[in-house]
Design a protein around this ligand. Structure first.
Ligand SMILES: *Cc1c(COP(=O)(O)O)cnc(C)c1O
Length: 383
């Protein structure tokens, strides 16, 4: 216990202690905390669907009809026709033959990677990939090579040097990156996948619901859904609900049902969650206005900040503003919080030294008016 206390004390001294800050409520793009109200610029509820009446109604109906819990894992008594209906719909949405639902994105990524890669294989992964992908690779016991963020030439070098030594090779990337808000060059990576005979997995957690004409993600928008072997995504972000999926070939899905331990050994998602996910997919398919509005807002915010001389990264609904030192960034974030904006200050070691940033995560609740005030407040806090 002494070690544990020391660890926490050290974290606290370095200003790196993680603490939980429960809010009273989160609705309409605002969070309510200790009697105050903030515009929420830290949420992944990009399309504002988490409190959409159609989703709430679908959930309420399913609770009344099916009850609260699923009663077991999918391979026991937890498997329902509704789970399969959602899987068919996801497959159509993503342009793949089949799909498999996982309980969360974290469980999907550790389950998939540990199932498809083993000690004789290699995983080539973008350096900024999400922790769940890293943990999946560690679990798989495959050899692990990280290429520089979105650097296709570096990936090519690594493949040229290392591919030959391994049985299977899997290239792993996200399509929209959480901390940089930028998109992966999926077409180029698909080219390398083919050239070097690899499998390819893309995590579309931040892209699902936002990019592509159906709203299914960047793989759709870039026309490469067919070439990506495993298209993973979640229901917990833009889709406003909970859970995750992988869309792939029927053969691959059958294999995962037999081997992905986070799928096999976990209670199935409750039917109300599945019903909400179905309702959410419907909304995304039939209401492209939301994602177009979101991307317009992102463009407006990026341009506004650039006009004021800020360094703004990315090309999505996630708008990172690089401010420099960790101290300065923290100070500005605090100042903005006092003005009613809730956001994340991203500091080393999450980003390199001198690259500390505000991570502004837009949702359809943010109007141009709110963003204008935000741009002004950032400008006056930064002087
Ligand atoms: C959020 C996220 C996950 C995890 O998904 P959950 O459903 O929250 O567990 C996986 N990958 C990426 C890139 C994410 O951003």
């Amino acid at each position: 216990m002494e070690d544990i206390k020391k660890f926490l004390d050290k974290r606290r001294e370095e200003g790196l202690l993680r603490i939980l800050r429960p809010h009273g409520a989160r609705r309409g793009g605002r969070i309510f905390l200790k009697g105050r109200e903030y515009f929420d610029l830290s949420s992944n509820d990009y399309l504002g669907l988490s409190d959409h009446p159609q989703l709430i109604e679908a959930g309420q109906k399913a609770y009344a009809e099916f009850g609260a819990g699923s009663g077991g894992s999918r391979l026991l008594s937890g498997d329902s026709e509704l789970h399969h209906e959602l899987e068919s719909r996801v497959a159509l949405f993503k342009g793949k033959e089949a799909s498999l639902i996982f309980n969360s994105g974290y469980q999907a990524n550790i389950g998939i990677l540990s199932a498809i890669a083993g000690p004789a294989d290699a995983v080539f992964c973008d350096r900024l990939a999400h922790a769940s992908l890293i943990d999946g690779m560690i679990l798989s016991q495959a050899r692990f090579f990280r290429f520089r963020h979105n650097d296709v030439e570096h990936l090519r070098e690594l493949l040229q040097k290392e591919r030959g030594r391994f049985k299977k090779a899997i290239i792993v990337t996200e399509s929209v990156f959480s901390m940089d808000g930028d998109r992966a060059p999926l077409k180029d990576i698909v080219g390398l996948k083919k050239e070097f005979n690899c499998l390819m997995m893309v995590d579309e957690a931040h892209a699902t619901g936002i990019f592509g004409s159906r709203g299914s993600g960047v793989a759709e928008e870039d026309g490469v859904a067919e070439d990506v072997d495993l298209l993973m995504g979640t229901f917990g972000k833009a889709l406003g609900s909970f859970g995750a999926y992988v869309a792939a070939s029927k053969l691959m899905v059958d294999y995962l049902v037999n081997t992905a331990r986070s799928f096999i050994y976990s209670t199935a998602l409750p039917l109300p969650v599945i019903a909400v996910n179905l309702a959410s997919l419907d909304l995304v398919r039939h209401d492209p206005g939301r994602r177009l509005q979101l991307l317009e807002l992102a463009k407006f915010l990026r341009q506004g900040l650039k006009d004021k001389g800020f360094q703004v990264k990315g090309d999505s609904q996630i708008v990172p503003v690089v401010l420099g030192s960790a101290f300065q960034t923290q100070r500005i974030a605090q100042n903005l919080q006092e003005k009613g904006f809730w956001m994340l200050a991203v500091r080393p070691p999450t980003v390199p030294e001198g690259q500390s940033r505000l991570r502004l995560s837009l949702t359809t609740y943010h109007t141009e008016e709110i963003l204008k005030k935000l741009i002004d407040d950032i400008s006056s806090a930064a002087v």
